[in-house]
Ligand binder design. Sequence first.
Ligand code: DHK
Length: 150
Amino acid sequence: MSRLVYVLNGPNLNLLGKRQPHIYGHETLADVEANCRRVASELRLEIRCHQSNREYGIIDCIHEAREIAAGIVINPAAFTHTSVAILDALNTFEPPVIEVHISNVHKREEFRHHSYVSLRADGVIAGLGTQGYQLALRRLAHLLDRAAAK
Ligand code: DHK
């Protein structure tokens, strides 16, 4: 059984560490991905990380994941609140999906309170900083272990 997980990041997250650090913290995307790789190897997961500032970049990755992946961790960033297309793409993907937000979107502007992606996500993590990605991977590993034990 595949233990490949896609870790997808949406627009502006390439600027992590430089962008509004009081909201998104000081770690760069490279730091976040390195931490994900470390946790993934501990959990015996294989991961592929991808960031795109373009909606179609995220959608193409979801389509690629459809063929081969056992789970997706996704921070769609601003597309969370706007993208029916990303929701539709995730609805073509059967294995578990965990939605991650670095900040607590519910404590922020009202337009950030609604997520199209949450209509599909099996779990949502918000406001736990960049640690949210690692916790999402732990949850996916747990779900995969549980499925394999059945
Ligand atoms: C990241 C963004 O870029 C925002 O557009 C979202 C999300 C929140 C985050 O907290 O990771 O509203």
